[in-house]
Design a protein around this ligand. Structure first.
Ligand SMILES: [Zn+2]
Length: 142
């Protein structure tokens, strides 16, 4: 099956409420996101016309609007964290989620944000979100 992948980077801070360890304090990551789309056709015949499954520029524009802009340079915290931290003042870059902003939940947010935004002929196939250079969460289409 033909697949295309584009890699993105964004900076974000978070804290994991209830975690026993350093991740319960506000800290930041330089995230790396791999977005892979796949052809909806099973054939391996050459692509007619200009030969493009999906323009990388189009994929970049969708991910930028739906994922990078809502998350980049934001502080992502759960309602639980904020309710237990009354001294934390509101800030323009503070984003509150009903769940903990773990790599897993961020990845599921990204999947939901992208799955219905892709053009005809491709589906979301795989997502990898690197929280550090050697730790990532992965979602794969069944
Ligand atoms: Zn973290």
């Amino acid at each position: 099956m033909l697949r295309l992948t584009k890699i993105f980077h964004f900076e974000m801070a978070h804290a994991i409420y209830g975690y026993r360890g350093a991740c319960s304090s506000i800290h930041g990551h330089s995230y790396e996101l791999h977005v892979t789309v796949a052809s909806t056709t099973e054939t391996d015949d050459p692509i007619p016309g200009c030969g493009i499954l999906m323009d990388f520029k189009a994929l970049k524009a969708i991910v930028k609007t739906c994922v990078i802009e809502p998350l980049d340079h934001k502080l992502l915290l759960s309602g639980n964290f904020l309710s237990k931290t009354p001294t934390l003042v509101s800030h323009q870059n503070l984003v509150t989620w009903p769940v903990e902003p773990t790599a897993e939940n961020i990845l599921l947010f990204i999947k939901k944000a992208l799955h219905d935004k892709l053009p005809a002929g491709v589906i979301l196939s795989n997502l990898k979100l690197y929280e550090t250079k050697d730790s990532y969460a992965e979602w794969q289409c069944r």
